[in-house]
Write a protein that binds this ligand. Structure first.
Ligand SMILES: [Zn+2]
Length: 182
């Protein structure tokens, strides 16, 4: 690799991490609101034009995934349903619905933090982003800030399990009290 290529690659790594950290910040907002912490940022022409986090519970809508909300915002900003010069940064591998929207919006590149072996559709279960028979294929970059993205998710689920356990213990202790009152 020549000097120029090496420099360009370094710059890309730096930018990937910069925008992924923004997506992580978004994800953290979701986690605070008891949503699964997933965040997404869309960049156009070196500018962030959309940022969103998962709000499925808050909106009571299965459509409120971070990626779809960000796509919607980006389309509004660019006044176009095509996002042909945009890059998406997302903390977790997209599901089938979001991967479908990414292809439909013709987003050329998606940068992914953590993979999702149980539901991911950018290579884990299926790779909807790179199917020859669709009219659009997406460049995928995985493993960007993967530790941070995964840590956010595992801490969230750990806390959830902890809360459930506390709740069960509380219910159990109340049941004991009830019995003793009888
Ligand atoms: Zn999704």
């Amino acid at each position: 690799m020549g000097f120029k290529e090496a420099r360009a690659e370094k710059k890309e790594i730096r930018l990937n991490e910069k925008y992924m950290r923004m997506a992580i910040k978004e994800a953290a907002k979701a986690g605070k609101g008891k949503e699964v912490p997933i965040g997404c940022v869309i960049v156009h022409d070196g500018k962030v034009i959309a940022r969103a986090h998962n709000r499925r519970n808050k909106d009571k809508s299965v459509l409120s995934h971070a990626e779809l909300l960000a796509i919607n915002e980006a389309c509004g900003r660019l006044k176009d349903w095509r996002l042909e010069e945009c890059t998406m940064y997302v903390t977790l591998e997209p599901c089938q619905m979001c991967a479908g929207a990414i292809v439909q919006a013709r987003i050329p590149k998606v940068v992914i933090g953590a993979m999702n072996p149980k539901a991911g559709c950018a290579g884990s279960i299926i790779n909807l982003l790179q199917m020859d028979r669709f009219n659009h294929q997406v460049d995928i970059q995985t493993g960007v800030c993967v530790e941070e993205c995964s840590a956010l998710l595992s801490e969230f689920f750990e806390k959830l399990r902890e809360e459930k356990k506390l709740y069960r213990e509380e219910v159990a202790s109340e049941m004991v009290t009830d019995e003793s009152e009888e």
